[in-house]
Design a protein around this ligand. Sequence first.
Ligand SMILES: Nc1ncnc2c1ncn2[C@@H]1O[C@H](COP(=O)(O)OP(=O)(O)OP(=O)(O)O)[C@@H](O)[C@H]1O
Ligand SMILES: [Mg+2]
Length: 234
Amino acid sequence: MLVINKINTFYSNTQALWDVCLSVEESAIVALVGSNGAGKTTLLKTISGLLKPYSGTIEFLGKRIDGLSPHLVVEAGISHIPEGGRIFTEMTVLENLEMGAYPYHAWKQRKETKKQVYQLFPVLEEREKQMARTLSGGEHQMLAMGRGLMSRPKLCIFDEPSYGLAPKYVEEVFEIIKSLRERGITILLIEQNVRRSLEIADKAYVMENGSITNEGVCQELLETDHVRKAYLGL
Ligand SMILES: Nc1ncnc2c1ncn2[C@@H]1O[C@H](COP(=O)(O)OP(=O)(O)OP(=O)(O)O)[C@@H](O)[C@H]1O
Ligand SMILES: [Mg+2]
C-alpha cells in the first residue's frame, strides 16, 4: 500500500533521513521504533507532505505522493495524527471534527463518519460543544485521533498517540488502534511504548540516527539482543 524507497530528507544543511526504505501492506499494523531524535517524526512528516524529501520516492496505492502538498496527501487517503495531537484549541470539539472532514468525499459523508467516531470515543459526543482547550490530556488525544478519522483515511499514521497519557488511556489507545485495523484501516505507528507496539504490530522497523537499522516480524525482533537491550531494558 505504501512503499518508501531511499528517502533522504534534510533540515537546511543537516541530513535527518538517510536512504530510508519502508513498506506497509494493506490492512497491516506496522510499527516504527527508535530512540529520541532518531528521525521517526521526520519520516512521518515526509510521508504527509510537511517536509519535501531531497531524493527518493514514496508511492501510495501505486501513485507517487512524494512532494505533494499535505492536503493532497490527505485527499489520497493518508491521515497523519501528529505528535502531541495538535487540535484547534479555540474551536469546539464538533468544529474540530468537521475540520478533519475537508476532503470532498469525506465532507459528503461527515455525518455518518461522525457517528462512527462517537462510537469509538463516546466522550467526544458528550463534549461536542465544549471548547477544545478545556479538554483533559486524554480527551485531547482522542479528539486528535477522531479528527484524523474524519477524512476517512485508508492509512492512518500515528506519532506517539499514547504519549503523556495515564496507563488506562494508554491501553485504550492500543485497543482503538486494533479496532481501526478491524474496520479496514491500515496503520503506521510510532510509539515510545516499544513492547506494547511490537505486540500489536505485524512487522516493525527500527530507526537509528536517521537510518533503518533493523526490520522484521515483531515476534522475532522482540527476541533479538539489540532490541531487548536498547528498547526493552532487558
Ligand atoms: N525543524 C527542525 N529543524 C532542524 N532539525 C530538526 C528539526 N526537527 C527535527 N530536527 C532534528 O532531526 C532529527 C530527527 O528528529 P525527529 O523529530 O524526526 O526525531 P524522533 O525520532 O521523532 O524523536 P522523538 O522520539 O524524540 O520524537 C533530530 O536530530 C532533530 O533534532
Ligand atoms: Mg518524534
